[in-house]
Design a protein. Structure first.
Length: 353
């Protein structure tokens, strides 16, 4: 059987959409194998939005390119489609449904209609359960909340390790591409608080447009280590005592590692979930990137690492937000259940055991 993923990755879009799709594809492949079915996976991306081509290939996912975002994909014979794209909606998805495919949509904007069998939104908000009521078919299953966060397996496995936190160690990460270059601003802030004697890990992607400037700035500060395309993010989170980062999927990675965070929204769609998480005590929210300066970040670092502020504002038990037993394996079971309850999915039916 073939799974197709419609997703793009570029310095503007970022890498998060594609990375969570890769995580889901790996879990689905494992689940299908348990049913003695080999799953072929194809990623379909817009020409030029190929920032994670190497990551797809390393996950044994083939890649097909289409000329435009809205390009028809009827030439790809897939029984299940995962659509993770802010520019695609019910119009695109309906063609897949009409062609007999099961359609899974990953979204967090709730700003357009979808025609899908399963919708996944891992974010928290006050009205999470009602956001999509008028936007999806009545028989669409909805998986809502961080329980379904598509985290890599390392974020669950790391809980079994005895990694000791460094009390004055900070982790900085604003995504693989960091289009707003907030990493550089955060490093400027770190340089302003030398009296705190902090050390830091800084994670950026190989496709970061500002990579060289970030590296040069880091060299000016003692105790800073740069990681490019880190493959041990969970361990870095467990080693740190504070994370300065963007919102999005990093919220749930950080929570899984029980790591306090100071968050700067680098995209409008990160605001709502970050504000709500902050109201629950899950992070400190500095604001949107356009209104946050290096001085603001420096002040936040001083506040956090002063004894009184740390005692008052400490974020604890964050890993309860992202429980074990959730994520990609749980979503995979839901998708297999959808297939099993359909008479025909591109000629395939999974036998019950």
């Amino acid at each position: 059987m073939r799974l197709a993923i419609r997703v793009d990755a570029s310095p503007t879009i970022g890498a998060g959409h594609a990375m969570r799709c890769i995580t889901l594809a790996k879990a689905l492949r494992h689940a299908f194998k348990a049913n003695n079915i080999e799953l072929e996976v194809t990623a379909v991306s817009t020409q030029g939005a190929n920032m994670l081509e190497a990551a797809f290939k390393s996950a044994d996912i083939s890649i097909t390119y289409v000329p435009q975002i809205e390009s028809n994909v009827g030439h790809i014979n897939a029984g299940v489609w995962v659509v993770d794209h802010y520019k695609l909606d019910a119009k695109f998805e309906s063609e897949l449904v009409d062609d007999g495919a099961i359609v899974v949509v990953i979204d967090d904007l709730a700003n357009r209609k979808h025609n899908c069998h399963l919708l996944i939104d891992v974010n928290l908000s006050e009205n999470s359960e009602q956001r999509y009521t008028s936007l999806v078919p009545k028989d669409c299953s909805q998986l809502i909340g961080p329980k379904y966060a598509l985290l890599r397996e390392e974020f669950y496995q790391v809980r079994q390790k005895n990694i000791i936190r460094k009390p004055k160690h900070v982790l900085f990460c604003f995504g693989g591409s960091d289009p707003t270059n907030t990493t550089f601003t955060a490093l400027q802030a770190l340089a302003k608080v030398k009296e705190l004697s902090l050390t830091a890990d800084v994670v950026i992607g190989a496709g970061n447009t500002y990579k060289q400037a970030v590296i040069e700035q880091a060299r000016l500060i003692d105790g800073v280590t740069i990681h490019i395309n880190s493959d041990n993010m969970a361990e870095l989170m467990c080693k740190a005592s504070l994370m300065i980062s963007a919102g999005g999927s990093m919220h749930w990675e950080r929570c899984a590692c029980d790591l306090p965070g100071v968050i700067i929204a680098i995209a409008d769609n990160q605001r709502e979930a970050t504000e709500y998480l902050a109201s629950l005590g899950g992070c400190d929210y500095l604001g949107h990137v356009g209104s946050v300066s290096s001085d603001d970040i420096a002040t936040s670092l001083r506040n956090h690492f002063s004894t009184t502020a740390k005692d008052i504002d400490a974020q604890t038990d964050l890993n309860k937000i992202v429980p074990l037993g959730g994520g990609a394996p749980l979503i995979s079971k839901e998708i297999i259940s959808l297939i099993d309850n359909r008479d025909n999915v591109r000629g395939l039916s999974i036998e019950k055991h």
